[in-house]
Design a protein around this ligand. Structure first.
Ligand SMILES: NC(=O)c1ccc[n+]([C@@H]2O[C@H](COP(=O)([O-])OP(=O)(O)OC[C@H]3O[C@@H](n4cnc5c(N)ncnc54)[C@H](O)[C@@H]3O)[C@@H](O)[C@H]2O)c1
Ligand SMILES: [Zn+2]
Length: 682
């Protein structure tokens, strides 16, 4: 696209304004609003315009400057030798062009050795040691003036406060990166989410935000680390600094190591520029496994003499370049939010994105987890969002670019019906997930429902394994558990690895499984949180299946082991017409013996009221409660004059003292277990 000078002038002004704003957010506030890739694109556009229209290249252009301003709240440090940024290349061709520029400038085509280093994603600091003692630490700031963060840096354990050995220079400024290891970053953000505080966009911003604290006690609580990668001003008593120092960059890093500085273990000296690509690929492959975040590699001409010949441009040395990894964060548009039903009925929102190339692939979907996550992000449909795809992790939406929110943006609406089977959707209090209640019928849950139905503890169909269920569903031979009973030998024998003999065996096993018990049948329905014990209690309490399905929540809660949540799950299950269809079919096919009513003498604790308190170690509280109830006891939540026994576990508190006050008999957990044994309950 060619532009007139006038158009270019206008675009350059726009770019200045936008880039300056992004710089401020990134460097001063530690709170970027757009991904680096977007920033880098705009910067490249600016550089290209400045190359095409040299008159538009102003000395204060963002392309000519390093970083951001120093915060006024800190005292300022003037760097004796400026702290520069790095130019960067993306891809091998750009790398070759860099090597060629270096060789042209040196007017030589001989082989150049490079020091190869990971590009650590933190922030640059300069540490000044006088007579071996750390006297000052500063941020890069705008390259000339940084912030005095000495007290904060002193809290970083890997930064030496005093140098090692006897051969110590009078003054040495060591430059390197302060960063936050990935694990600490995740922990910090997890804590922030829990406390409802704002999270950091990435480990770089977390490191910068933690280091640029006015209160060093806060910095001390954050796990920061440091790797050295260069030098600033050096002064040696009675000797030229350059003579004392190695004439190789790598050699200087080794010197820093002996002085006590930590150095990134991946750093290597490469004799030939042809080895660079292999190093880059190697580090890229290791990236996810490293305990710290990196966003590329850095290659520095190793010879100090050549470095000096090459010199600097406005914001970066000519003798080094970053060779960056493909971006893991990109900007795109959230076109829509759709809802997916998982195999256990959990309904999760999925972001449909305008396709975007990120982390090495084109991404058009991202997970949104649940309603809480959507609320936390504050995301609306049609918003511009930052998405992140790191390694093999599913792409995530990191944040919303609020300044790009269009007028037509609209809230994400949650379905009240399952998008697959139209059953009602349930959301439990305290649970962020929505669930489909059509468990027996829902297409999304079909396989799991049938597997559960046929499993050992449920109907127990011998020879019907998970794989076979999946095949039968995939072949459309069965849709619900009820369909199992109309499978023919012929149909089964067409399945993979199914001989006629095993097909016959299976059909027979299904026939046999028709006879079951009420408890197993209830359990087999797969109602959420109705496990074996609860199913058995329900059967014992209601005696018939009809009585159970007509019970309301209050009646259900009379059953040992059934609380509010389970009662609601049961009611909702039987409220779904689709579930009922399947259940009716099953009731028509299956049979079970009548349940013998437990005689009163089997309920020896009838009329007695128990209260449980403290921590029980042999049984959990619910089990103990259910067992006592099965013997006819009432189990109450609070101690009163009507209480007959208090069972006090470890660390029993106020209930125990109240019981003692009221003269209620107190049992230990051992007493309880003894009692249950006596009556055959355990
Ligand atoms: N998202 C935004 O809004 C926004 C705004 C401003 C800048 N940025 C990002 O920051 C970049 C520019 O920042 P920058 O000027 O700090 O440059 P940079 O991060 O691209 O490169 C220079 C920095 O790399 C670091 N570094 C890591 N390992 C190193 C090593 N082994 N040797 C030497 N240096 C090493 C140092 O901190 C050094 O200052 C942009 O490319 C952009 O990606 C983003
Ligand atoms: Zn459904």
């Amino acid at each position: 696209m060619s532009m007139t000078e006038q158009q270019a002038t206008q675009r350059v002004a726009e770019l200045h304004q936008t880039l300056n704003r992004y710089n401020y957010q990134y460097y001063v506030l530690d709170e970027p609003t757009v991904p680096d890739a977007e920033y880098d694109r705009l910067m490249r556009e600016l550089v290209e315009l400045e190359t095409a229209f040299p008159l538009l290249k102003m000395p204060d252009s963002p392309s000519q400057r390093v970083g951001g301003e120093a915060l006024k709240a800190f005292s300022q440090v003037t760097h004796q030798i400026p702290m520069l940024s790095l130019d960067n290349v993306f891809g091998y061709d750009e790398w070759l062009a860099f090597v060629k520029r270096v060789q042209d400038r040196l007017k030589s085509d001989r082989e150049i050795a490079f020091c190869a280093e990971p590009k650590l994603d933190g922030l640059a600091v300069s540490l000044r040691y006088e007579d071996g003692l750390l006297v000052q630490a500063a941020t890069r700031g705008d390259g000339t003036t940084g912030e005095n963060i000495t007290e904060n840096v002193k809290t970083i354990k890997s930064v030496p406060l005093r140098l090692n050995g006897d051969n110590i220079p009078a003054v040495i400024e060591v430059r390197g990166e302060v960063f936050m290891p990935k694990a600490s970053f995740e922990q910090l953000n997890a804590q922030a989410i829990q406390k409802g505080e704002k999270t950091f966009a990435n480990p770089r911003n977390a490191a910068a935000g933690s280091l640029r604290q006015l209160d060093s006690k806060i910095t001390a609580k954050r796990s920061l680390a440091f790797y050295a990668y260069g030098l600033g001003y050096v002064e040696v008593q009675g000797q030229e600094a350059d003579e004392w120092l190695s004439n190789s960059h790598f050699g200087r890093l080794e010197q820093l190591k002996t002085l006590g500085f930590p150095m990134c273990p991946e750093v290597k000296l490469l004799e030939k520029s042809a080895d660079v690509e292999a190093f880059y690929q190697d580090i890229l492959a290791k990236r996810d496994a490293l305990s710290y975040e990196i966003d590329g590699t850095v290659f520095k001409v190793d010879s100090i003499e050549l470095q000096q010949q090459l010199g600097f441009v406005a914001r970066a040395p000519r003798w080094a370049t970053a060779y960056k990894f493909p971006a893991q964060e990109e900007i795109t548009i959230l076109e829509d939010v759709e809802f997916q039903v998982g195999r256990t009925g959990a309904i999760t929102p999925v972001a449909r994105l305008k396709p975007v190339f990120v982390g090495g692939v084109t991404v058009s979907n991202a997970t949104l987890h649940n309603r809480d996550e959507i609320e936390r992000l504050g995301v609306k449909i049609k918003d511009t969002v930052i998405i992140r795809r790191a390694g093999d992790v599913i792409p995530q939406i990191v944040s919303v670019v609020l300044e790009k929110r269009p007028e037509e943006a609209k809230d994400v609406e949650f379905p009240s019906e399952c998008p697959v089977c139209q059953s009602a959707v349930q959301r439990l209090e305290g649970e962020a997930v929505l669930r489909c209640t059509g468990g027996l019928f829902c297409g999304a849950q079909r396989k799991e429902a049938i597997k559960h139905f046929a499993s050992r503890k449920a109907i127990d169909i011998d020879g019907l394994g998970d794989k076979l269920v999946e095949q039968l569903v995939d072949e459309n031979l069965i849709k619900t558990p009820a369909d199992l009973f109309s499978l023919t030998e012929l149909q089964v024998s067409t399945m993979e690895r199914m001989g006629q003999k095993s097909a016959l065996k299976l059909v027979n096993a299904i026939e046999t499984a028709k006879e079951t018990s009420l408890a197993k049948f209830i359990y087999a329905l797969g109602i959420r949180e109705v496990g074996e014990t609860t199913a058995a209690n329900l059967a014992q309490h209601f005696l018939t299946f009809d009585a159970l399905r007509l019970a309301n929540a209050e009646q259900l809660q009379q059953v040992p082991d059934v609380g509010e949540v389970v009662a609601r799950n049961i009611v909702q299950f039987f409220a779904q017409p689709h579930n009922i269809e399947v259940v009716d079919k099953l009731v028509g096919i299956m049979s079970w013996p009548d349940i013998e009513v437990k005689a009163e003498n089997e309920q020896p604790l009838i009329g007695l009221t128990y209260v449980l308190t403290g921590t029980l170690s042999q049984l959990n509280r619910n089990e103990a409660k259910a067992l006592l109830q099965s013997l006819g006891a009432k189990v109450s939540g609070s101690v009163s004059a009507k209480t007959d026994y208090l069972v006090a576990g470890e660390k029993a508190g106020s209930k125990l003292s109240k019981a003692q006050e009221l003269g209620v008999k107190v049992l230990t957990e051992d007493d309880l277990v003894e009692l249950l044994k006596q009556h055959g309950a355990v």
